[in-house]
Ligand binder design. Structure first.
Ligand SMILES: [Zn+2]
Length: 474
């Protein structure tokens, strides 16, 4: 009997999670993500799916983030006939995220065509006939809906003859899970393989803390922050209250660029809790991003994923996602009217790094006045507008025009959805005498190599870093 894993993505890097489990030739794909990074390089890598989708028996999906789920529309369009096993919350969240991704792919293809035409005109050359096709479309994403097979945490499903899976909670985003796969061998023994997906952190708002991993023979664990320790969550809520009071004193607005899934809901949770505890007065809050609104709806529909604190905050009239003063902005027209909003207010909008979307309008109308505040709540990659605001540059460019940056810029740290080095070490510690091998995936070398050394120092005998494209016999 042969069992193997081939690392088709998120090995020696953090995006494009795809692990191919083969049991006697039957193929089960664990996660089916997109590579993300520089536009041209990502396009090149995503354009060629490394195996024939028709040869995949079933897919196991750990959570809805696009770097784990984003290639599903390609696979479902190009011949895959099986099921996508995941938690019910992940199924719901993935469906809206994949549609959004389809829209981005369509926009990307248009942009590339536009660039091609512009280049040709500049050089006085004829405009080429060949156009760019999107990696997939919104329609392709919609086609995935029928493939999802949502199950509860701890419910077992058979994904191939003699191969089962069940999910445990990872507390990373809504519905996120680790996948525990059991393979019945012909000699009657069982091989237990743990796929971590992305591991969250304890004591984060809304979601339950990550569960302990079940006893396993082989553990594939993420290593995103294998060499970093996060700041404690501790004082964060009080800092947020101070920022709100400061905004009220100045009579301006507080603009928060935030990712639609996870970060937006966490900020709402804290604002609601501060309101309930009367630590901040009534203040108008606008969530201005269609994707954030849809994602928040999915959060509200899945209280089975909430921790006890969040369940206690749900009352007949209020929840962290629906309370007096909170408004979801639907239309572009309504979004525009916020620019003339007379009094202080809080605006949460996407995208998270200020690269596109409605947040740009709000920044354009806010950055020039010292009465306003921009609050940074997440990582801002280099070369993004968010990074330039975070660095308090004197001037910033928005929609091609330069504006002086006169507003206040504040930062809230400690909201990362990934566990740090200490969290990862603690998660595998109980498996020291059980697991015969730990495989580090989903991490840059600068993160996975120091983690590998630390785990070996702590007595884990066999710790390896997965190599992209390699196959490991189990
Ligand atoms: Zn994730």
């Amino acid at each position: 009997m042969t069992v193997s894993i081939t690392f088709l993505g998120a090995a020696e890097g953090v995006t494009g999670s795809r692990h191919l489990l083969e049991v006697n030739g039957t193929r089960i794909l664990v996660d089916c993500g997109l590579f993300q990074g520089r536009r041209d390089e990502s396009r090149e890598r995503n354009a060629h799916f490394p195996i024939d989708p028709a040869s995949i028996h079933n897919i196991i999906l750990t959570h809805g983030h696009i770097d784990h789920s984003g290639a599903l529309p390609v696979v479902c369009r190009d011949g895959f006939k099986g099921h996508i096993y995941c938690t019910t919350a992940t199924a719901d969240l993935s469906q809206i995220l994949l549609r959004d991704s389809g829209h981005i792919q369509e926009m990307d293809a248009k942009y590339l065509r536009h660039r091609q035409e512009k280049d040709a005109r500049k050089k006085g050359l004829p405009i080429p006939d060949q156009s760019f096709t999107p990696l997939y479309t919104v329609e392709d994403a919609e086609h995935c809906d029928g493939f999802f097979q949502g199950i509860s945490y701890h419910e077992t499903a058979e994904v191939a003859p003699g191969v089962t899976v069940y999910f445990t909670d990872q507390g990373h985003i809504l519905g996120s899970a680790a996948a525990h796969v059991q393979v019945k061998r012909s000699d009657g023994s069982t091989l237990r393989i743990e796929f971590s997906g992305d591991r969250g952190r304890a004591h984060m708002p809304i979601l339950r803390d990550p569960e302990d991993y079940p006893e396993s023979d082989i553990v594939l664990t993420e290593s995103t922050y294998g060499n970093r320790v996060h700041e404690p969550i501790g004082e964060m809520e009080n800092t947020l209250a101070e920022i709100v009071h400061d905004m009220l004193r100045k009579g301006g607005r507080l603009v928060i660029p935030a990712f639609s899934v996870g970060r937006t809901q966490n900020i709402l949770y804290h604002l609601h809790r501060l309101r309930m505890a009367k630590k901040i007065p009534h203040v108008e809050i606008y969530v201005d991003s269609p994707l954030s609104m849809k994602a928040t709806q999915v959060y509200a529909e899945h209280p089975e994923c909430f921790d006890d604190d969040t369940l206690a905050l749900l009352t007949a009239k209020e929840s962290p996602f629906s309370f007096p003063g909170l408004r979801y902005v639907q239309s572009v027209e309504e979004s525009m009217t916020l620019n003339d909003h007379p009094g202080p207010c809080i605006i949460l909008s996407a995208s998270g790094m200020c690269e596109s979307g409605r947040i740009l309008h709000h920044l354009k109308h806010s950055v020039t006045s010292p009465r306003n505040t921009v609050l940074i709540v997440g990582y801002m990659a280099e070369h993004t507008l968010g990074r330039r605001i975070f660095e308090r540059r004197e001037k910033v460019k928005i929609y091609g025009r330069t504006y002086p940056l006169r507003c206040d810029v504040k930062t809230l740290n400690g909201l990362s959805a990934h566990g740090d080095r200490n969290d990862i070490i603690a998660s595998v510690e109980p498996l020291k005498d059980v697991a015969r091998r730990i495989v580090l995936v989903h991490g840059e070398r600068t993160q996975s190599e120091p983690l590998q050394a630390s785990l070996k120092e702590r007595g884990h005998k066999d710790v390896v870093i997965a190599k992209l494209g390699s196959t490991m016999e189990l």
